[in-house]
Design a binder for this molecule. Structure first.
Ligand SMILES: [Zn+2]
Ligand SMILES: [Zn+2]
Length: 65
């Protein structure tokens, strides 16, 4: 399997919650665990887009409360 952002070959992918691409760990900018099964991930591309970044931040702030 290839990373959809940088084309590195990967065995285990992370899915960006904003663009839904399957990306490698190098392309993950940040991730948060919601619970045992759910993890939210943002890629480096989406991190530079304000709406996606704010969505990620509001999702992660809900976890901490
Ligand atoms: Zn990658
Ligand atoms: Zn993304």
């Amino acid at each position: 399997m290839l990373c959809e952002r940088c084309s590195n070959s990967i065995h285990k992918y992370n899915m960006c919650n904003s663009c839904n691409r399957k990306i490698c760990i190098n392309c993950v900018k940040s991730s948060r665990r919601m619970d045992k099964r759910t993890r939210i991930v943002i890629c480096k591309d989406c991190w530079s887009k304000m709406p996606a970044r704010q969505k990620f931040k509001s999702a992660s702030s809900r976890i901490q409360q």
